[in-house]
Design a protein around this ligand. Structure first.
Ligand code: GLU
Length: 472
């Protein structure tokens, strides 16, 4: 806050204190996590740098058509492209046209379904709407065998869902434009009315007006990422800490986004990306990484199935790089990055286990660690590695396993400058000395990597050479 310079000193001080309070209050979750050093993505800077690269890659894509069946949508430039994310503890990153307003369109469907379940519970809502992918285009006049819309992510289901919630919004221009070109939705509305799909006493035309209003709610990529993050966070807003949706409503919503959220690409999206998402005709994709973050991607050109071309590319690239796919194995699949918290405690435990296995000569424990992508070059507080310990204890089979199967650096120096060879020599373990000597001779400076490069290379190596590791 900038205060006028002629304010009396005491007023200025109180005002400053108040603005600090407001600042703290509106970022309470973020600050608490920061003080506890407990962010879900601890190295957020490097995570954000990866996101920027994925963004840049998708930016170069051309192709797709900006939707024009609602005239207001046709006005958007096909070059617009934005990605914003918000973690469950309120860390945020945005890149591209993230402040340009656009309308949620079908991205609002999961939100209103969540509100309906929050207000009325699962059983009541699903008296009117199914839970099954329809296998048909989102705006078909079609009901399931019980004469209910298939799910709340298609128009018929979303219109019935609208009749279950009560708030009202006003986004006049898109709303008007949408209503004027809404013949199909009127047709669906009358069909639903004929089939008695609405709760008793529903005024169908005013529900349709409300449906159009909800489609035309304007967001920016930044603001929508907080909505997605609220779904990622079990219904708690990650910025204010406020509970806005019940856990039941959020879990239902994520399940249906996962199976039905991406039009006729839903099955493929669930297969390749494995995350709940919902796209809309304005080019938005609301993507949720449960318990980690919410993401909003937005770019108006759509593919033939109605999903944002750049958005789909981004989502696919995201899960190729990070182990966010619902069925990625978090322990054994070393090829993808895991940006999630690896708490200090866990790291300490992992070093202790590793060094203890080296100390006791437990090759099978070490093999298990290596197969679970543990960094076999980790160091303790004296900068000693498993190789130092095994060499000092004379465990030649452990030394061989670390060198041959794990390809660890053979000449690490501890805090006193000692290498494993120094240790083996000092304690008179001749077989280990001979083995390490060979590696000293082979290891030319040109082969040296930076420690982090080396660790990644080793992990890849570990993953690629399961067979050799199992045999060694
Ligand atoms: N306003 C759109 C409709 O009901 C929503 C379509 C969409 O985003 O899928 O036709």
């Amino acid at each position: 806050t900038v205060f006028p310079s002629d304010l009396p000193h005491w007023i200025r001080q109180i005002s400053e204190a108040l603005s600090v309070c407001l600042c703290v209050q509106s970022n309470i979750v973020l600050l608490t996590q920061a003080f506890r050093k407990k962010f879900v993505i601890p190295d957020f800077m490097s995570f954000a740098a990866h996101i920027d690269k994925l963004y840049d890659k998708a930016k170069n894509m051309s192709g797709g058509q900006v939707a024009d069946y609602i005239p207001q949508l046709a006005k958007f430039s096909p070059d617009l492209w934005a990605v914003s994310l918000c973690t469950v503890d309120g860390q945020r990153h945005t890149v591209g046209d993230t402040k340009v307003p656009f309308c949620l369109q079908s991205c609002v469907k999961p939100l209103k379904y969540a509100i309906a379940v929050h207000d009325h519970g699962t059983e009541y809502v699903h008296r009117f709407i199914g839970k099954e992918p329809s296998g048909l285009r989102f705006n078909k006049l079609f009901l399931d065998e019980d004469d209910k819309p298939h799910n709340p992510m298609v128009n018929a289901g979303a219109i019935v869902c609208t009749s279950l919630i009560k708030v009202s919004v006003h986004q006049v221009s898109v709303f008007q434009s949408e209503r004027e070109s809404g013949d199909r939705n009127f047709a669906i509305g009358y069909y639903l009315k004929e089939k008695k799909c609405f709760p008793e006493g529903t005024d169908m035309t005013s529900i349709l007006d409300f449906y159009f209003q909800l489609c035309s709610i304007e967001v920016t990529c930044e603001s929508a990422s907080v909505m997605a993050a609220t779904l990622a966070n079990g219904g708690f807003c990650p910025i204010t800490g406020e509970r806005v949706l019940s856990p039941e409503s959020v879990r239902n919503t994520l399940s249906l986004m996962h199976s039905c959220g991406m039009y006729d690409f839903s099955g493929q999206f669930a297969f390749h990306v494995g995350l709940p998402a919902k796209s809309g005709v304005a080019g938005g994709i609301l993507l949720v990484v449960p318990n980690v973050m919410g993401i909003m991607c937005w770019s108006p050109p759509l593919d033939k199935l109605g999903n944002s071309v750049r958005g789909i590319q981004f989502c696919q690239d995201l899960v190729s790089l990070f182990n966010f796919h619902n069925y990625d194995n978090l322990r054994h699949f070393a090829k993808k990055l895991d940006p999630r918290r690896e708490g200090g405690d866990q790291r300490v435990k992992s070093v202790i286990n590793l060094l203890f296995a080296a100390y006791t000569g437990d090759v099978s424990a070490l093999r298990r660690f290596a197969l679970s992508a543990v960094d076999m070059e980790q160091r303790d507080y004296d900068s000693r590695t498993a190789l130092h310990v095994a060499a000092a204890e004379g465990h030649v089979d452990v030394v061989r396993f670390l060198l041959e199967a794990c390809k660890v650096n053979p000449i690490p120096k501890d805090r006193w400058g000692n290498t494993p060879l120094d240790e083996a020599t000092h304690f008179g373990h001749h077989e280990v000395v001979t083995l390490l000597q060979e590696y000293h001779n082979k290891y030319s400076p040109a082969e040296k990597h930076s420690p982090s490069e080396k660790a990644t290379a080793d992990k890849d190596h570990a993953a690629n050479n399961l067979d050799s590791m199992l045999e060694t």
